[in-house]
Design a protein around this ligand. Sequence first.
Ligand code: AQP
Length: 358
Amino acid sequence: MSSAASAVQTPKTFAPRIFSGIQPSGGLTLGNYLGALKRFVEKQDEGIETIYCLVDLHAITVWQDPKVLRQQTREAAAGFIAAGIDPKRSILFNQSQVSAHAELGWIFNCVARMGWMSRMTQWKDKTAGKNAEAASLGLFAYPALMAADILAYHATMVPVGEDQRQHLELTRDIAIKFNNDYDVDFFPVVEPVIEGVATRVMSLRDGTKKMSKSDPSDQTRINLTDDADTIAAKIRKAKTDPKPLPDSIDGLKDRPEARNLVNIYAALAGHSVDQVIRDFAGAQFGTFKPALADLAVATLSPITAEMSRLMADAAEIDRILADGADRADALAQPILEQVFDITGMIRSRRKPSTAFQG
Ligand code: AQP
């Protein structure tokens, strides 16, 4: 611990600011939409400052074909805009265009501890049954980069799905350790925003497994690019049990596939799970699944159509990402400069006006 920075006065309160991201490691899924994207739009519409990032540096922690990655990044940007993110009101950009993420990520690699990282369940899940020695160092260090994504903006709230809860706890630990080590009150301790009935949308083929864009089977998920027939077919073939829907939530206990489809319906309709159970009590899946398919198609089709319209103009998407990156950079760079000051890095190429004043 250094006492050099202890004389420095730093802010104790932080203006509300939201940051969140999605990896362009595949096409966006219904899980990404309900667990994250839909709520990103709600937060934007509440008038809070919102920064949304396509985290391409995270995506390459597992192999990505460069051409496909570029395509998926543009497609994800189109998905955000089609779902309601307004690039004028929110900052929308891809991570690699703002170097502060990687630079602060390195600093946090030096703050986070090996033991913290090795306890991350996502690391364990992604290496389970595989040779962990062959996994990239980036995959192991992923949560430190995620902490940098958030803290480079002094973001205070992070809307995410349930699977990211542990990574956000680690972000809090990193902020607290940095503040303690350098005796400053510099980084906010962020609040996870994990809300709604669809914080964990499950696979259509296994109600105990998360719906994931990198699952080898396309039948496990609904993609935002799926057409109406594909959505209906995937829901029709979704795994269920032979019983009808119960007349109370308790009746969904130990029925993960039924629970998942009811949750998806509730999230798409904007109803409570209770309400859905009331409406469909005693119904067979032969009745419920077509109703769910109609609702999913009605919600997703306009988004899919708008995505494909936007995708026809890659240059316009790149322009939007460049503008977002410029605005993100303007917020992150002064914070990063202060981090360099706090940690004792000489910044003699910099204009004195940007130095850390405490
Ligand atoms: N199934 C899900 N239910 C609810 N929320 C979900 N999210 C992802 N899957 C679900 C939320 O979407 C945001 C972006 O996640 P990500 O793409 O950065 O990484 P992830 O959580 O690892 O998502 P995937 O689809 O499983 O990606 P891959 O397969 O590449 O690892 C996060 O807020 C996440 O909680």
